[in-house]
Write a protein that binds this ligand. Structure first.
Ligand SMILES: [Fe+2]
Ligand SMILES: [Fe+2]
Length: 412
């Protein structure tokens, strides 16, 4: 169809070529089907004309319908956010592109709302509402006896001055499931190693003792929560969200040389573990919080504050302290929903990674509504639409590989 004036564009038309600003920044990629918000975006950027593909009516019809369905699917995730904010807008545009690409490779947009847990009277909390404190909850839930043995061995090895790379590799290698997951992650684009790593001792040599041991600690901590009934939470969706937050946290942190990158993935991986403590100890209130959040279009954390007076982030931090996980992990996890913590880099990074993971719909059945994006966290991390253009394509690829490492058939 050739060049078309932006004032004459209609939703559903396909861009024939990339749209870029005069200084070369990509605004929209070629091949994208235009939505009303894309067209508004082009106006906002002062773009006068763009090149679009042919104008067959039936194509426009199909694409327009698909876009509407994607926009409807994404809309609740953004219910508490300002769509005029440039970073929110940029994440949204990336989410639309991601879902369009997924649809073209056969993914089907779920028709129904995710099924919510139901309390049929069988769910009993360990405490009565209003009659316990955060300390009570944590004190009763530090069930170290149920923790996998490997966790303690790794923990002891990390904290021993006599520990060597060889010794730690030996401990990890005794757990085949953990070793398989670690090797898959170390060989993923996440670490960008040039040659394949087949043994744990080689992995320790390539990525470093601290990095690998923190990763091993994080993955083994997950196993402490394998007993949560699937009627309460879809664990695959839960961990997919957490893996996405880990991958994004690592990318968001890479421009800060003062920040040790080691542990960023694990901070993301374990950031919502307080929710699992809640499912185990307070299944009735946790169920109520999910339903309350969905029916009022609220982020889950706000529903928890309304119903409980505290939130999963505080529970997570308290548990990690009790388990003696390093402070650099416990501190950002405790603050990832607290705006007054976002002058600090790590809590701000985990908050932003959490927002992006939800807003990009990385987890399909998480019953999640994105918390409001914090302008303070964006300032601290210097997050801009341009940064998102840089990190999101690679983060998506890494997310797919690592999720498959966690959920490969036959692995637990
Ligand atoms: Fe959270
Ligand atoms: Fe989260």
């Amino acid at each position: 169809m050739g060049m078309v004036d932006v004032t004459e564009l209609t939703p559903g038309q396909i861009l024939e070529s990339n749209v870029v600003t005069p200084n070369g920044r990509l605004i929209l990629p070629k091949g994208i089907a235009l939505t009303p918000s894309h067209i508004a975006f082009l106006h906002k950027w002062g773009i006068a004309r763009v090149q679009v593909q042919g104008d067959r009516d039936e194509d426009k019809e199909v694409n327009h319908e698909l876009l509407n369905r994607i926009e409807n699917y994404l809309a609740p995730l953004y219910a508490c956010n300002d769509m005029e904010d440039p970073v929110t807008r940029a994440v949204y545009e990336h989410a639309v592109r991601r879902l369009l690409a997924r649809c073209s490779s056969g993914w089907i947009i779920p028709e129904k709302e995710p099924s919510l847990p139901v309390n049929d009277g069988q769910l009993l909390d360990s405490f009565f509402a209003g009659e316990f404190s955060l300390q009570d909850l944590v004190k009763h839930d530090v069930k170290l006896a149920s923790f996998p043995d490997i966790y303690f061995k790794i923990h002891k090895a990390i904290n021993s001055p006599k520990s060597t790379a060889h010794y730690l590799a030996g401990i990890i290698s005794m757990d085949p499931s953990l070793s398989a997951k670690l090797l898959k992650i170390v060989n993923s684009p996440f670490y960008g190693l040039k040659s394949r790593v087949d043994t744990i001792s080689r992995a320790v040599a390539m990525v470093g003792l601290n990095e690998l041991s923190t990763l091993a600690l994080g993955i083994s901590a997950i196993n402490a929560f394998r007993d949560i009934p699937r009627e309460l939470v879809d664990m695959r969706s839960f961990w997919a969200h957490c893996v996405a937050v880990g991958v994004l946290a690592r990318h968001l942190g890479k421009n800060f040389p003062e920040l040790s990158r080691e542990g960023l993935f694990v901070c993301g991986l374990l950031h919502d573990i307080g929710r699992l403590v809640m499912f185990r100890r307070l299944p009735a209130i946790s169920t109520e919080a999910i339903i309350y959040a969905q029916s009022n279009l609220l982020p889950l954390v706000e529903a928890e504050r309304d119903l409980l007076g505290f939130e999963h982030a505080q529970i997570g931090a308290a548990i990690f302290k009790a388990w003696e996980l390093p402070e650099f992990i416990a501190q950002p996890i405790g603050g990832h929903h607290q705006d007054d913590c976002f002058d600090s880099l790590l809590p701000a990074i985990v908050h932003l990674a959490d927002f992006i993971a939800i807003a990009m719909a990385f987890s399909e059945k998480g019953s999640l509504i994105a918390p409001p994006l914090s302008a303070r966290a964006c300032d601290t991390v210097k997050l801009t639409p341009e940064t998102l253009d840089e990190i999101l394509p690679q983060a998506q690829e890494e997310f797919e590989t690592i999720v498959s490492a966690f959920f490969a058939p036959g692995q637990s």
